[in-house]
Design a protein around this ligand. Structure first.
Ligand code: GLN
Length: 483
């Protein structure tokens, strides 16, 4: 049963091939048996899951239908989950049980999804390798000596290892698309404001966006349907109607204009990945798409701008973790200052402390204009580049990452080397655009992803193109050896 996609599970539950309770029991057993190899779960919520499964079976017996009713899910451990530890991958929140459900968690539970647990992640979603978690590194099922990508590395590895068909993730600078690429999944970062951020522990509020990870675009469509929508509790949520994503999957690609930014194919990109990207373009051309070269001239400034803005927002967001109201508190503080200093010094890991320092520096008097304001100006230029490009094309295509998954530890001593891996993903967050990564081949046995970017609120177009591509290719169906 663990090999089924979300769409197949929906059919199996509808035609009563199995119950949600049977499915849930089987997957929980598999998580117990397999997860010690990859460390993708921080918490397994067995009791909650079995209760939700029985409730879903009862709703179905009473005549209710729905693709997600009784289907399994696991949430990245920064989505607040009522009564369940929500750690954000940090010692700081190791003892934190959320007193409420995030909107995403509540919406998927209302649709009848069964929460198997909470997935491992880089501490406070800062990272591209899932090595900065307080709960240990996550391993890539495609090669256990390699990283799965981050920060939603647990969400990606769990699906890649066939522990469950789909998970939630969040993407501040690539954390859904990059781990999806590195583990052979389809991952979608929606338009900023499409999915509510309420109850999602903030890293960089103007960039964070929740979204689905699954094996297929078809499954991402099902999951996004359940996650998306206006939420009065999130002031940046946008009141746009949510289209029927599944209904749009089979749209024709005839005449679809795809832009290939010339800046994407320069130095730094593994030439074998460049070839796979070109091969994916050929497939889309066969389906009717027309391709043209475009330019995103300010792309080279994206990494420095992002690594000022994201830490700046993080330094503000993380000031609430002070050892007073919730989370970690140091032993026997001498006074209030000692309480703050040691609680934060002991509760946060090295990468989080580095970001807080960088962010605080960039926001301080005298540097604010030189760094933060300048970075915001670059952000606008990057958005303008996209707006100009989307006058000429319907979709932008390129690699998701410049390299395949690297070896565990290979970049730990050089944070900037890891930051550079985000070169293709962070621009979408800076501009607020939707982006999707889909499987497109292998290099040295490691998966490679192709990224599609679309104009605001065109998640349906991304899913449509990825689905049509997945009907004529089989990369996404390949499973890692031993899983
Ligand atoms: N790798 C990026 C960072 O470390 C993006 C992380 C994310 O999207 N959460 O900030």
């Amino acid at each position: 049963m663990h090999e089924l996609t979300l769409a197949e599970i929906a059919r199996g539950l509808a035609d009563k091939s199995f119950s949600s309770e049977e499915l849930t029991g089987a997957l929980l057993a598999r998580v117990k048996q397999i997860d010690p190899q990859i460390n993708s779960f921080i918490s397994v919520t067995e009791e909650l899951a079995l209760g939700q499964a029985r409730a879903a079976d009862a709703r179905r017996a009473a005549g209710e239908t729905g693709a997600l009713l009784g289907a399994p899910i696991a949430h990245k451990d920064l989505f607040c989950t009522l009564g369940v530890r929500t750690s954000c991958g940090s010692k700081m929140l190791d003892n934190f049980k959320a007193p409420y459900d995030a909107t995403v968690v509540a919406k998927l539970a209302e649709a009848g999804m069964v929460t198997l647990g909470k997935t491992n992640m880089d501490e406070f979603a800062m990272g591209s390798a899932n090595e900065s978690s307080h709960y240990g590194a996550v391993k890539n099922p495609w090669n256990l000596e390699h990283v799965p990508g981050g920060s939603s590395g647990g969400s990606a590895a769990a699906v890649a290892a066939r522990l469950l068909p789909a998970t939630t993730g969040t993407d501040t600078g690539g954390s859904i698309r990059q781990p999806a690429a590195l583990t052979n999944l389809t991952g979608l970062k929606p338009t900023y404001g499409r999915v509510s951020r309420w109850g999602m522990i903030a890293y960089a509020s103007s960039l964070d966006q929740g979204g689905p990870l699954a094996r297929t675009a078809e499954d991402c469509a099902l999951l996004l349907q359940g996650m998306a929508g206006f939420d009065t509790k999130d002031s940046t949520s946008i009141d746009e109607p949510v289209p029927d994503y599944s209904a749009g999957l089979n749209g024709s690609l005839q005449g679809l204009r795809i832009g290939l930014p010339k800046e994407y194919f320069g130095a730094g990109l593994d030439p074998r990945i460049a070839e796979l990207v070109q091969a994916s373009v050929k497939e889309l051309e066969k389906l009717g798409a027309v391709v043209k070269e475009i330019s995103l001239p300010n792309m080279q400034h994206a990494i420095p701008a992002y690594y000022v803005i994201a830490p700046a927002e993080a330094s503000s967001n993380l000031s609430r973790f002070d050892g007073v109201r919730f989370g970690y508190r140091c032993e026997a503080p001498k006074d209030l200052t000692d309480l703050y200093k040691r609680s934060r010094g002991e509760g946060f890991g090295a990468e989080v402390q580095r970001r807080i320092m960088v962010g605080t520096y960039a926001l301080s008097a005298g540097y604010y204009d030189a760094y933060y304001v300048k970075a915001q100006q670059i952000r606008r230029l990057i958005k303008n580049d996209f707006m100009a490009a989307f006058n000429d094309v319907d979709l932008i295509l390129g690699p998701t990452t410049p390299n395949p998954a690297w070896k565990l530890g290979a970049k730990s001593s050089d944070p900037v080397a890891a930051y550079l891996e985000d070169v293709y993903t962070i621009t979408a967050n800076l501009a607020g655009l939707p982006g999707l990564s889909m499987p497109a081949g292998f290099v040295d046995g490691l998966p490679v992803g192709v990224q599609l970017l679309a104009p605001y609120f065109q998640e349906g177009r991304l899913l449509n193109v990825a689905h049509r591509y997945q009907q004529v290719t089989d990369w996404h169906t390949r499973a890692p050896n031993g899983f």
